[in-house]
Design a protein around this ligand. Structure first.
Ligand code: PMP
Length: 377
């Protein structure tokens, strides 16, 4: 199997699986229980929280576990709206956000908030100035992703948020760091982000668990209320096994962020030069993009056709993003990729375990697809 769909999800690492199995089978106590089993479970959570906090370079008290980045993003959007949003009615975001940010914001727009969506310019770039310019005194929330999931494009978050916090200290700055975490350094302080969303299954951890960093003093009302777990910020009995798996994945990847980035940069260079040998191919992810994601368009072959063709050889890629499920990607359109190319875009998303040989195999199968499928068409 050649797995090149790591932006959709990653294969859980051995350490994560072991931690999950152990917490599931041995340490199954409820972390709120006062007896020994409960205390052991609680200590597993404490240790995973330390791992996440240390990876972010922040205080443990700022890290809350959630059911994933979708929940983290919803919590920020609705939680700010219920607080500062009572007085300040503008929300600034970009037009290339993941649906888990875009949809809650659209919901608030229908409820009367003014929403400014900053779009990439004619070169497909989102500048810090364009984000800052959209913010005003009446802005409760600025929510911008760090790395785009469809192209790997890196947004100038630190520069934009630094200026915004200087001009409007009350405005809450939120960054969806799902596709950046454990790939490039993610430090909320350096990003000037009051809130940061993370997901475990993009970093070789389990699905259904994520985290939300919230800077001390930031007013975000809880989104899920109930038994008061996570200091009342996120109720619900904690999923100790998934939290343990998340912590194990972070511990495994934390020490190798820069080494893996170098490896994957080499893989991208290899892939781009090989893929350019194919006729008419367009590489949509520029040199400025995070190398983990390479979006390409193979003219005259529909994305899904290419995807299923490759699948026959056990090569797994994605069409646009997994979340768009066959729908034409509005995000690629925003990045100024022509309609015709959007229909034939495939996303190759790598991890450090991929090899140049796997990429060569992909390119040779793509060449075969061009030969066979373009003829049929
Ligand atoms: N944000 C981004 C940028 C993502 O790529 C994803 C996952 N596709 C999410 C949020 C949602 O994460 P989760 O699957 O943990 O809800």
């Amino acid at each position: 199997m050649i797995y090149l769909d790591n932006s959709s999800t990653t294969k859980p690492c051995k350490e994560a699986v072991e931690a999950i199995v152990s917490a599931l089978s041995e340490d199954f106590g409820n972390p709120s229980s006062l007896h020994r089993l409960g205390i052991t479970s609680e200590s597993i959570i404490t240790s995973a929280r330390k791992s996440v906090a240390s990876a972010l370079g922040c205080d443990v008290s700022s890290v809350y576990f959630t059911s994933g980045a979708t929940e983290s993003n919803n919590t920020v959007v609705f939680g700010v709206a219920e607080g500062l949003g009572k007085r300040k009615k503008r929300i600034v975001t970009t037009s290339v956000e993941h649906p888990s940010v875009a949809e809650p914001i659209s919901k608030l727009e229908k409820a009367g908030f003014e929403v400014i969506r900053v779009s990439p310019d004619e070169n497909g770039e989102i500048t810090a100035e364009s984000i800052v310019a959209a913010v005003d005194e009446n802005t409760c929330l600025v929510s911008c992703m760090y790395v785009n999931n469809e192209t790997g494009y890196i947004l100038p978050i630190a520069e934009a948020f630094a200026k915004i916090k200087r001009l409007y200290p009350e405005t809450v700055t939120h960054c969806d760091c799902v596709q950046a975490f454990m790939k490039i350094p993610v430090n909320p302080k350096s990003l000037h982000a009051d809130a940061v969303s993370l997901s475990a299954h993009k970093i070789h951890g389990p699905k259904g668990i994520g985290a939300l960093y919230v800077a001390k003093g930031t007013k975000i009302k809880p989104f899920i209320v109930g038994g008061g777990q996570e200091k009342g910020f996120r109720s619900g009995t904690e999923s100790v096994p998934l939290i343990a798996g998340f912590g194990a994945a972070v511990d495994k990847l934390s020490p190798t962020v820069s080494g893996r980035l170098e490896t994957v940069s080499g893989l991208k260079a290899h892939l781009v030069s090989a893929v350019r040998q194919l006729e008419g191919i367009t590489v949509n992810s520029s040199d400025k993009c995070l190398p983990y994601v390479v979006s390409i368009s193979v003219p005259n072959i529909k994305s899904e056709t290419a995807l299923h063709f490759l699948e026959q050889y056990e090569i797994y890629v994605s069409s646009g993003s997994a979340c768009s499920r066959g729908k034409k990607s509005s995000v690629l359109k925003e990045f100024k990729i022509p309609d015709k190319l959007i229909d034939s875009t495939i996303r190759i998303s790598m991890c450090a375990e991929n090899t140049p040989q796997e990429l060569d195999e992909l390119v040779s199968r793509l060449a075969l697809a061009q030969e066979k499928l373009v003829k049929i068409r």
